[in-house]
Design a protein around this ligand. Structure first.
Ligand code: ACM
Length: 625
């Protein structure tokens, strides 16, 4: 089997079969065999299906094809179509719920699956087999050819997620739908919707109307998050927004049609300043002047995982009225979201206000608790009880392990992989989303030119991720997820820029067989996907073309090493302040920076044309490295 896999895998890299088109599928399918020949779409093409459950995907495909081809392709049940979607009458075990087979010949295309989810993914693969112009939103006159292939494909992991933070920056429901559409193309099946935080409460809770009347709005501030001015006395809170329950239902339906499950997050007991602004009585300090935070600094970080909140953003775990509040919230959330999981946060909860609160201290004494972390564990166990009563399962960030994990909790490992390892060893399910491989809010290229953030994560690092930690029983690893926090993201197009292409790397990590990883091949596919995204109007970064500058200090000298993520680029540089070009020094080997206040400029070229951004490191930048 392994030999067969390798053979078929190598076959998939043979890039040219005479006149047959090159195949660039992301994520890489499990088995792909390219045959001679192709099928050409025409106005005579039909889309058929064998079961009413296939109607949605068949209609979706016909609509998409007609937009760019200008044809009037119809979908219909009963008669075999030239593109045929069939549900297997007897399930093929290895395909599971999301797998599919796709066979294209000169006569047409047949996609089969056990479940509509698999047909949806077969459709996405078919679209990627077609010329990139299929993504056009207007008619293009060209030859629409599908190469002849045989594909068998199914996911490595059942949880393939992206988290979108809509609290720090509000995205409209149309934007969220567009995001769902984009992630589903790459076979992500989970949108973790971070709906509440210090900077905005985004989901209508009818029994607690102030959560959105007050909690969804903050004062207008722009610029670096964490350095903005505090709200002024009496200043109107005009920036924000929220989803009505009707909006939420609409988004859930849209997602379900694309095999995307939405996992809502209500982040408690920390990260709750927006809720406290609406209902101050749910905190220990009960400060009626609490405001939704506009991105001002209210915390101190000490670099060892320790921190202090200067403003109280935590719920009071010792107050029964807080659990009544949460019961109301989760009753409505549970009724809206059909999936089994509700994410309850649990991250970065400062315990300092609890340590000063008589009620919390009395509870600790009564329960014989030694550490304030046990208060959070107590809180989470009660929240788990609330969710269980509504038929839901609790998932939270890895801090929920501290002080004793709730009995049936699932853990999202974000502070590296250790939380995931610990949870799995305790027999809890885990979703792997470590900062080091999966935080797509981090800078994706050279730090001086990418939008500012305190850490970096290149696409190659995302691609190198292996979600199953060594020594852990794989059955506990549900899968993985990329997280898009939006403190520094103030528009939807910037959210896209941060997501792509790193999301493509993660899609392959979570879907494709581990054995099929191949960086050079993946980079080629990414470049082809850039063209697709450009046709469709999806923003993406091109940071993979930029030079990577490493500065190593040795005996008081700075040794410069240049490289690039995309193989085979030419790198030119200057150290005399002039603009680098093909007339400048071409990089071959590491070199010593000359003495003096030197400015280093670097740029990449391919085939004699600039392809990367110009990077300028002034003497003060170089000193810091
Ligand atoms: C997190 O990044 N605070 C989960």
């Amino acid at each position: 089997m392994k030999k067969l896999l390798i053979f078929v895998f190598l076959l998939s890299f043979v890039r040219s079969y005479g006149q047959t088109p090159q195949i660039n599928l992301i994520p890489q399918p499990v088995l792909l065999k390219q045959n001679e020949g192709s099928y050409q779409l025409t106005n005579e093409t039909t889309v058929g299906f064998n079961n009413p459950l296939c109607g949605n995907v068949a209609a979706m495909l016909a609509g998409k094809l007609n937009t760019s081809t200008g044809f009037a392709i119809q979908s219909m049940q009963g008669k075999p179509g030239s593109i045929e979607f069939d549900l297997n009458k007897v399930a093929v075990e290895k395909l599971g719920k999301e797998g599919y087979t796709l066979v294209s010949t000169s006569k047409g295309v047949t996609i089969t699956a056990n479940d509509p989810a698999g047909l949806f993914y077969g459709m996405q693969t078919l679209l990627q087999l077609l010329p990139k112009e299929i993504e056009s939103r207007s008619t293009v006159n060209m030859s629409w050819v599908v190469p002849a292939v045989e594909i068998t494909d199914y996911p490595r992991f059942g949880w393939r997620g992206i988290m979108l933070d809509v609290s720090r920056n509000f995205f409209t429901k149309e934007e969220v739908k567009k995001y769902i559409d984009e992630i589903s193309r790459y076979k992500f099946n989970t949108l973790h919707w971070h709906l509440t935080d210090d900077n905005g409460w985004r989901i209508e809770i009818k029994s607690l109307p102030k959560l959105t009347e007050v909690g969804a709005w903050r004062v207008p501030r722009y610029g670096q998050f964490g350095q903005r001015a505090e709200p002024k006395q009496g200043e109107a809170a005009t920036v924000g927004g929220f989803y009505t329950q009707a909006d939420i239902k609409e988004v859930i339906k849209y997602a379900a049609e694309r095999n995307v499950t939405i996992v809502p997050e209500v982040d408690v007991p920390g990260h709750s300043m927006a809720a406290i602004a609406a209902y101050p009585e749910i905190s220990c300090t009960k400060d009626p002047n609490t405001k939704v935070n506009p991105g001002s600094n209210f915390s101190e970080w000490y670099g060892n995982g320790k921190f202090k909140m200067l403003t109280d953003n935590t719920l009071n775990p010792s107050d029964d009225k807080v659990y009544d509040f949460l019961d109301k919230v989760f009753t409505e959330v549970a009724a809206l979201f059909p999936n089994q999981y509700i994410h309850v946060g649990g991250d970065e909860c400062y315990k300092g206000f609890w340590e000063k609160d008589p009620g919390c201290q009395a509870l600790m004494k009564k329960m014989n608790m030694k550490q304030p972390e046990e208060l959070q564990a107590y809180f989470m166990k009660r929240v788990e009880g609330i969710l269980k009563a509504k038929g839901k399962k609790l998932i939270g960030w890895d801090e929920i392990l501290e002080g004793g994990i709730a009995p049936e909790a699932t853990v999202m490992s974000w502070r590296g992989i250790k939380g995931g390892i610990e949870a799995a060893k305790l027999g809890h399910y885990v979703v792997m989303t470590p900062t080091t491989f999966a935080y797509i809010d981090y800078q994706q290229g050279e730090q001086t030119i990418e939008p500012l953030l305190y850490a970096g994560l290149r696409m190659s690092k995302c691609y190198s991720y292996e979600p199953i930690p060594e020594g852990v029983d794989a059955k506990y690893i549900l899968g993985g997820q990329g997280n898009l926090w939006t403190e520094q993201i103030s528009s939807f197009t910037h959210a896209e820029y941060m997501t792509w292409p790193r999301g493509w790397a993660l899609s392959e990590v979570f879907w494709s067989p581990k054995e099929s990883k191949n960086w050079d091949n993946f980079v080629q596919k990414v470049e082809k996907n850039f063209d697709r995204a450009d046709i469709e109007g999806i923003n993406h970064a091109v940071a993979i073309y930029d030079a990577i500058i490493a500065v190593n200090k040795k005996d008081g000298k700075s040794i410069i090493t240049l490289s690039s993520e995309v193989p085979g680029l030419d790198i030119y540089y200057t150290v005399d302040g002039s603009m680098p070009s093909t007339y400048s020094q071409k990089y071959v080997n590491s070199f010593e920076l000359p003495e003096g206040p030197v400015t280093l400029r670097v740029v990449t070229y391919r085939s004699g044309k600039t392809i990367g951004h110009l990077i300028t490191l002034r003497p003060e930048d170089l000193k810091k490295r």
